[in-house]
Ligand binder design. Sequence first.
Ligand code: ADP
Ligand code: MG
Length: 619
Amino acid sequence: MVFLETNKNGNREINPIESWKYGIKTPTIDIEFTNLTYTVSTGKKSEKDILKNISGQFKSNELTAVMGPSGSGKSTLLNILTGFQNDGVSGIVTINGQPRDMRTFRKMSCYVMQDDLFQPKMTVLEAMHFAADLKLGFHVPKSSKQILIIDILKTLRLLHAQNTMTEKLSGGEGKRLSIALELVSNPPVIILDEPTTGLDELSSTQCIDLLRKIALTGKTVVCSIHTPSAKIFSKFHNIYIVASGQCVYRGPSNKLVPFLSTVGIDCPKTYNPADFVIDVSCGEYGHDFVKKMMSTVNTKFPITPIQRTMSYDIEKSYQKNTKVQWHIQFCVLSKRMMIQTIRDWNFVLFKLIMYLLSGLLLGCLYFNLGGDGSKTISIFLFCLACSVFFGYIPMIPIILSHPHQLQLVEREHFNRWYDISPFFWASNLSTIPVAMSAATIIIITAYSLSGLPLEYYRFAMFSSSCILTMFISEGIGFVLGTLFSVVCAFLFLILQNQKCILILGFGDITPLPIYRSCLMYISHLRYGFEAMVISIFGYDREGLSCPDEYCHYKMPIDILKIGHMESRDFWINLKMLFAFFIAIRMLLYYLLQRRIHNRINPSNNKTKKKTIFRLGNFE
Ligand code: ADP
Ligand code: MG
């Protein structure tokens, strides 16, 4: 039986709340894969087959274990079956006997990866609520979501930890939460990579018990597992053993020992069959046995092709775009990010205090020099210090945190929680309040202490240049965090540092050689710096007071001249900063799409198209 309801538009769709509540009965999905081969290139002309022509079936109502020695290809097989890995794959995957339609399959499956990653600063209950809002949208009433969440938490024995922060959960609880978060949308196929690794024996048994219980509600549950205890091993309905990328056993767990006897190797009575078969697959009892197992498995356990189709209603229901609307995704993600920012109060407070101290330091270094004609160069350097501060400091925390955040986004996006675009907008907008507050503190402190002209338009011009430089720097931080690891991103900053020397461009040579001008004007730091200097010395500012007999740079126009800025316009600089800001954010959006979306939805790359064709009805 399948639980369907009629929605507002008269279409019939699966109601996840009811289907979970009544222990039913999403469609039953049988997965079959035939002659799967996965090849990676290992040098200019050499290739390596990680999976070699392997075939098998994972059925509904069954808990299947994918076993094998470390490095045998378990994770690779699961990555391919979930669609997480597409490049270099050949073979056929069918769902209920029909060629797999990747879009539909992704809507009915979830992938729980080996290491647990959670949104920080959330309790278990909050994490579940955000998952429910993102996966079910707002049209499911809050009360129903609450019932669903409590129901899942109860089943997964997480109710006692509902108010615990996710980062404080124990290993077993963390693993169960990873599963609970995916169960919200009640997917008929659940694939897990080593869910028991790192757990003690009791937690592992509880975890496998739970997966068995879930499988018996009609779901297809497949998990890779390294070396289960005999007790855990007996809980699996089916075992699929991989050795060096080839299948050496597929069939019921209780038929493994008789199978080993038929190939001529008896499992000692006191041995755990799971340990024993892994030893055999590693070649510890001779490679002949491994070869014999590979050839015998096909005759002993031949694959009978699955002959059924999905019910028309179900297929249509899953083919429709079941994702919640853009604005809901955006609102939920923004709320989640805001809560995380507020909860990370220590960081916010630290940032505000650091900016205040930096403002005080800058203000003290250049104390009251703003109107002093004998210290004009110092104010010029003050602007340089500001442009370097706003050009670098804001990107550092982003470079450090963004790569980790992206891993989480990759997973959540893969499991169809949300699209890239609402995430992009939410993450860009959610940084604004703290960034603006910190910038305001440093600008007001440094500007007032250094005695710069207290004219509102000069202050507004100076502040806007600083703030735009800061947002560009944040954007560069996001771009570097998307492209590189933390270490590489910091190495890239060394190159950026050299630009500081170039943006100054004054003093030595007049006119500047063309290459120096070019280098100067491809950097946003130069535009920010120029805008700051012009906002202080430009716009026909009167001559400064001169405490000595002679002040060389008494007239503001002279200081503009040594920086080659006498004919430059503030607004052009501001427009250029704005153009940089837009360009960096567009680049960021493109890179996010490329990194996350294209990996999961291969459609516009030649080699990927080859894979799509080979895997059948992919798009
Ligand atoms: P496990 O069974 O431990 O999960 P994996 O599926 O992660 O093993 O990996 C199987 C084998 O494939 C390993 O030997 C691994 O080093 C190799 N491998 C996986 N991906 C690549 C790759 N992109 N390039 C080269 N070797 C790879
Ligand atoms: Mg693995």
